[in-house]
Structures are given as C-alpha cells and as structure tokens.
Design a protein around this ligand. Structure first.
Ligand code: GLU
Length: 282
C-alpha cells in the first residue's frame, strides 16, 4: 500500500471500546498519512451515547498501538457554530426543509398502497417526501432538517469522488436519478442534536484539511452524500480510501458491544501492539 503522503484522519465515536476493526482503520490512516499528517477527530455529536471514559480509552489504546497525532484533538461537540453556519448556507441555497415525521410516520407512509417496496439507503429508509412542501420559515424547534435531494442535485451539477482504496478504486460519477431513488432526502440536522453525521463529517474534513478520508467500506455508499455536500458548501474535495471490514469467525462485522474483541481486552490478556497488527494482517 503506497502512502498517500497527505493528511488523513481517524474519526471514532466514543460510544464503546475500540475493537480490532478500529485498530485496523487507525493504522491504515496512519500509514497513508505523511509524517505528522495523521489526525484524530472525536465524533461525539450523539451526546446521549458518548461517554468520557470511552474517549479516554481511545487515546490510551491508540497511543499503546504506537500512534501519535497533533493536539488539541478536534471534538465535534465543540463545533456546533460551524455546523449551524453550514446549515444556514444550505438553507440560503433553498435545499433544506423542516421535517416533523417520526420513524413511525415514515413507516406508515411507506406502507401506503401506492408506495412500492421500501428502499433502504445509506441512511435507512428512503424518505417518502411527506414534508417536502414545507419551507424553512415554518421550521420549529422539534423539526429535523432534510436535504431536498432533487433540488440539491439540480444546483450542484455532476457529483463525483475519487476512490484510492483497493475495493472500488477509480473515479465514481454518480447518477442523479439513482441518488434521488436510493438515497433521497437525508436528514442533515437531527432534532435531538442540531446536526448529523453527514453534515459534520463534511464540514470537519474540510476544517482539518483532510486530503484523503480513510474509513470502513460500510461508509462507501454515504460518500455520494458527502461529495454532494462538498459541492454545495464549496469545500475542498478529499479523495477516499475505504478499507475492508474486520469480521469475526462467523463473517459478522465487529460491533462496539463485542467486548471480547476490544483492544483493551487483548491488552489485558497480554497481547502486544505487534500482535494486534498481525491479527488485522498489517
Ligand atoms: N465516526 C464514525 C464511526 O465511528 C466514522 C466516520 C468516518 O470515518 O467518516 O464509525
């Protein structure tokens, strides 16, 4: 794997202990970055699920693995003003609308006889568009904000991104009709947090001047949303390196609740950093 020589990042959410899959992701990002170009970002917008103890364990496990990064570390919980500014810019472009639908409302709308089979996109059920006619002046404190995908694409023009990773390497040009049908009007500001993963990740990758985003292949499909937001927000366009996922012996991808594969558990059992590298084939 030739190093990219740029600025890369590892962006964990402190909602559980780091496991082998995270170690793999962090080590790949560090390999791809230039010296001093590996950055850490704590993705803690979901304050209901994030815990200070998990954040402390992230720093400790990564240092133990031999990684080093510039400080202070960017933490998304400090970045609400930047996310609000991005939302305002999108609202100014006329591509946002407020949405009051609950998951139950969406499921009920999808089961109406005129709707075809529900489509599951990178963000879950593709939204049926119930609130699309509402304007931002009607937005209330309990509303989420959604991206009007059709309008956004008509403003943005062609959407593409460059993938450097081995799984899907090449230039990916996205088809608008496909994005409307299979991604749809994603939520950019959740009612409980005022932002979303998609919005924050795009704003922060730009703020940290990331030149190559390294992360798991489970986020490959979401990259179309990120490339579109980069165009609308006039942000620089990083390239991407999506890596394969570490799976257990049954082929299931590791989850944070799988404590047996937590780095901390391997450390407690006497494993060395070299053992961890060997376990993930690095
Ligand atoms: N925070 C995300 C996670 O822990 C990673 C997001 C990204 O790398 O874009 O899964």
């Amino acid at each position: 794997m030739p190093p990219e020589g740029g600025i890369t990042r590892f962006a964990p959410s402190p909602t559980g202990p780091l496991h082998l899959g995270h170690a793999y992701s962090a080590l790949i990002a560090a390999q791809r970055g230039k010296p001093g170009g590996f950055l850490l970002r704590i993705e803690d917008i979901d304050q209901g699920r994030c815990r200070p103890a998990f954040e402390a364990q992230i720093y400790d496990d990564l240092r133990w693995l031999g990684l080093d990064w510039p400080v202070p570390v960017m933490r998304q919980s400090d970045r609400m003003p930047a996310y609000c500014a991005a939302l305002q810019k999108l609202a100014g472009l006329g591509v946002l609308y407020p949405c009051s639908c609950t998951r139950g409302d969406i499921r009920a709308a999808m089961s109406a006889p005129q709707e075809g089979a529900p489509v599951i996109g990178p963000d879950g059920l593709v939204y049926p568009g119930t609130c699309r006619g509402r304007c931002m002046a009607q937005a209330g404190a309990d509303d989420a904000l959604r991206l009007d995908m059709r309008r956004a694409l008509s403003l943005a023009g062609p959407v593409s991104f460059v993938e450097n990773g081995p799984l899907h390497s090449g230039n990916h040009c996205l088809d608008s009709d496909d994005m409307i049908a299979n991604i749809g009007d994603v939520v950019l500001a959740r009612r409980d947090m005022g932002t979303s993963y998609h919005l924050s990740v795009v704003v922060d990758d730009a703020a940290q001047a990331i030149s190559e985003v390294t992360r798991g292949a489970d986020l490959f499909d979401a990259t179309a949303i990120h490339a579109l937001l980069q165009i609308l927000l006039e942000l620089p366009r990083p390239s991407y390196w999506h890596h394969d996922l570490i799976r257990d012996e049954h082929g299931k991808r590791l989850a944070k609740r799988d404590d047996a594969r937590a780095i901390a558990a391997y450390r407690a059992a006497g494993a060395s950093p070299a053992d961890i590298r060997a376990m993930v084939n690095l």
